[in-house]
Design a protein around this ligand. Sequence first.
Ligand code: HEC
Length: 146
Amino acid sequence: MMRRKTSIILIATVVLSLFAAAGSVGAVNFEESVASGAKVYADNCASCHGAEGDGGVGPALNKKSKLDALGLEKFKHTVEAGVEGTVMPAWKGELSEEEIKDVVHYIYAEWADFIIVGLEMWPWEITYVVVGIIWALMGMYYVIRV
Ligand code: HEC
């Protein structure tokens, strides 16, 4: 009986380590996405929206209140579709799906709270941590009971 509980805890530990590893891969990917988004922005957006997002031909993008109000999905859609009847180009086809995602991540990480983007990426990581803690506690509980 004791052995069986111990191996359950061992398996749980291995599974949790895998989840933790997957979680950190997600975080690294996000940082990479922001870094390459910075380049996409400098190359394609800065000329109209300003190097610091403070606007020019196009409106300023460095306002958290505006970014919050638009929201990630709507913002991304505007980047993809452009704004008809204005000089704001449709970037779908010009930039890859990945580059569009990266530039949106960059803009939100830079000028809105990192958390907003973080929340989009992180619920599963947070879930793993919470589930991990619960499992760990259950494991301890079993050990104490046995
Ligand atoms: C040739 C100039 C130009 C370039 C290059 C450009 N934009 Fe724009 N952008 C504009 C203009 C002008 C508007 C305002 C359109 C309007 O009147 O609604 C705009 C609007 C936007 C909006 C909507 C903002 C709002 O307040 O609703 C977003 C988001 C946006 N641009 C993102 C980008 C991104 C990201 C890039 C680079 C991939 C980019 N733009 C490149 C000119 C440009």
